[in-house]
Design a protein around this ligand. Structure first.
Ligand SMILES: Cc1cc2nc3c(=O)[nH]c(=O)nc-3n(C[C@H](O)[C@H](O)[C@H](O)COP(=O)(O)OP(=O)(O)OC[C@H]3O[C@@H](n4cnc5c(N)ncnc54)[C@H](O)[C@@H]3O)c2cc1C
Length: 458
């Protein structure tokens, strides 16, 4: 009897979910369905376990331990890199664990990892409550919260992991433990930022909630790419004055005529309309406003409208390659790289996102520790498999060219398997290594697909 059939026999007695061994009819559909990106990685776990309950997750880890299988964990499968799909071992799929329990009085929620950010926000809205959930429909909270989490009003509330007060986690030895400030504080510390290198299975996140902003509005100004220098120079200059409840972004994409263009957009989520109008008036200070091909200075919108706008750039059933960087480099140093990105922009819906994020306030001690004034991310988006190599290279190589100006990357859009980069501070990487050694001495959980180690001390 093969190793995986032994696993299946052991688990079927008490297991509510589904198990697919490599070679079974259900295996390949389950593997493909575990990744949102149509560019499914060419990596094959031995067995895919689809848990239906917390007890299933515990049973899966115990069996992986007995059978000495490494585990890749999936919540919503929105990792662009398909980080959970590794060769050999077990892919533990938690997408069916998607319960959301809200305590409106305490302003807290307990969410399972498969819960979608947008659905959670809709449920919170019924109580006038809010959480900095991600910008796209369908992104599950599991991977999102572990990697940091850059969501609506993220500059006000910080990366979403900042609002994780406790977790329930299955450790490598198969025990379900609660980690908070008093119990297993180091596991909570790691879960706030270790992202796809976390060494445990989080089955529930306990979140702090906020009041829902009363006013949601946006401004949109479209520019030809010929004013790229002027637009980015202005955007960098106003960055520090942008209110924290305003998300200033510049998107480089192809317009309806297939020409590269720049879209300046800045959702505001505030409590007061006058303040929102004042904030969005900042967009009209762009010195080339007269060159805009379209200007919508102030548009009252719903959160659903904002989701729909973002979603248009991330269609389902497309192939994706991403890469990214944080930077505080002067705009003059970035412009040559930004030009090159524009000149080589692949087919629609490929795009670049430039986002104003800093200056950030001091953060509490947690694994998340790398952020900067400006965020730049590349998203190659295409359908034809024949374009894979070219578009993967676009995202990876354009970012490699800008590397000298980067202070690190976000794990949200990581491309560590192709371009290792710095994602937490050197001290926190060393602390994560020490914690992994303590909580996962046998290496039960896959680490990041790539990492940049700090230079050895002389
Ligand atoms: C269309 C799209 C839009 C996005 N928009 C945003 C955005 O606005 N802001 C943002 O910050 N990010 C965004 N992302 C990135 C996204 O947040 C990350 O890819 C995140 O990991 C997705 O969460 P997931 O649960 O789907 O991840 P998965 O792909 O399921 O998991 C990613 C990795 O996280 C780890 N992991 C996941 N769940 C668990 C768990 N329960 N226990 C232990 N480890 C676990 C595993 O290592 C896994 O490989 C977006 C991604 C896509 C595809």
């Amino acid at each position: 009897m093969g190793q995986s059939s032994y696993i299946v026999e052991q688990m079927t007695a008490s297991f509510d979910g589904a198990i697919h061994r490599r070679g079974d009819a259900g295996y390949e559909p389950a593997r493909r369905a575990s990744v949102w990106n149509a560019l499914t990685p060419d990596r094959y776990p031995d067995v895919i376990v689809q848990a239906a309950s917390e007890a299933d997750a515990v049973a899966a880890v115990r069996l992986a331990r007995t059978e000495d299988l490494r585990i890749g964990v999936r919540s919503g499968g929105h990792s662009w890199a398909g980080n959970h799909v590794r060769d050999g071992g077990m892919l533990l799929d938690l997408s069916r664990l998607d319960a959301v329990t809200i305590d409106p009085q305490a302003r807290t929620a307990a969410v399972q990892p498969g819960a979608r950010g947008n659905e959670t926000l809709a449920a919170l809205a019924e109580h006038g409550l809010f959480f900095p959930g991600g910008h796209c429909v369908g992104v599950a909270l599991g991977g999102y919260l572990l990697q940091g989490g850059f969501g609506w009003n993220g500059r006000v509330h910080g990366p979403a992991c900042l609002s994780v007060e406790a977790i329930d986690v299955v450790t490598a030895d198969g025990e379900l433990v609660h980690a908070d400030a008093e119990q297993h504080p180091e596991l909570l510390w790691a879960a706030r930022g270790a992202g796809p290198g976390f060494f445990g299975v989080v089955t529930r996140f306990h979140l702090r909630l906020y009041e829902r902003p009363a006013v949601i509005a946006n401004g949109v100004h479209r520019y030809p790419v010929s004013v790229l220098d002027e637009v980015f120079t202005w955007a960098h200059a106003i960055g520090p004055q942008v209110p924290r409840a305003m998300e200033l972004m510049v998107v480089l994409h192809r317009d309806e005529h297939d020409e590269p263009e720049l879209v300046v957009t800045a959702p505001v989520l505030m409590d007061d309309e006058a303040q929102a109008r004042e904030a969005l008036a900042l967009l009209e200070t762009c010195p080339v406003l007269g060159r805009a091909t379209m200007s919508l200075p102030y548009v009252p919108v719903s959160l659903e409208d904002l989701y729909a706008g973002v979603q248009a750039a991330y269609p389902d059933e497309h192939r994706y390659a991403t890469d990214n960087m944080w930077t505080h480099a002067p705009v003059e140093d970035l412009l040559p790289g930004l030009h090159r990105i524009a000149e080589t922009l692949p087919e629609a819906f490929s795009h670049m996102l430039w986002m104003n994020w800093g200056p950030s306030p001091p953060r509490p001690d947690m694994a998340y520790s790398v952020e900067d004034d400006t965020y730049i991310a590349l998203y190659g988006v295409w359908e034809d498999p024949a374009r894979d190599a070219q578009n993967i290279a676009w995202a990876t190589e354009r970012m490699r060219e800008l590397e000298p100006h980067a202070s690190g990357i976000q794990l949200a859009d990581e491309n560590l398997g192709r371009r290792p980069a710095r994602f937490v501070s050197d001290a926190n990487l060393a602390r994560l290594d020490a914690l992994r050694e303590r909580y996962d001495p046998d290496g039960r959980f896959h680490p990041w697909m790539g990492r940049l180690d700090p230079p050895a001390a002389a």
